[in-house]
Design a protein around this ligand. Structure first.
Ligand code: HEC
Length: 116
């Protein structure tokens, strides 16, 4: 979950800078982490709930492919709400996530630096 937390935060800033390649990378990192929970942690309580996040991940992935900042924002809110929905289901509701205020790492530049 700590890796999901980092990718969730990075995803937001990638979207804010309209760095769609980075956003695409980050959303797929979250998808992979979710798939790993589904595949390898079947005995854990949250595994039965883990599929609930997939529609929200698909939606934000679509917003990224469309390079649509407004859609990205609304999909990010939906994604974050869905994270918290699972935390409630597994009685982990003292752990709420939100849209980040600050960049997670000061040594990462979220701006687009492509020459083309
Ligand atoms: C299928 C249910 C489920 C979904 C979906 C889910 N979580 Fe979690 N999350 C948990 C459980 C269970 C824990 C506590 C156990 C753990 O850390 O593995 C947790 C823990 C966390 C923690 C605390 C980690 C720590 O060590 O402080 C964070 C932060 C977090 N999740 C963020 C997220 C984010 C962001 C998303 C959405 C992108 C998300 N979670 C989606 C079930 C879920």
């Amino acid at each position: 979950m700590s890796s999901i937390q980092a990718h969730h935060s990075k995803l937001w800033f990638a979207g804010q800078y309209e760095n769609w390649k980075l956003a695409d990378f980050e959303v797929h990192e979250i998808m992979e982490a979710i798939e790993d929970i589904q595949r390898f942690q079947t005995e854990r309580k949250e595994s039965q709930w883990v599929g609930m996040i997939n529609p929200a991940l698909d939606s934000i992935n679509q917003a990224i492919q469309l390079k649509n900042p407004a859609l990205f924002k609304s999909c990010y809110t939906l994604l974050t709400n869905t994270c918290n929905q699972c935390h409630r289901e597994v009685e982990f509701d003292f752990n709420m996530v939100k849209i980040p205020d600050h960049q997670p790492f000061s040594n990462q530049d979220f701006k687009v630096h492509e020459s083309n």
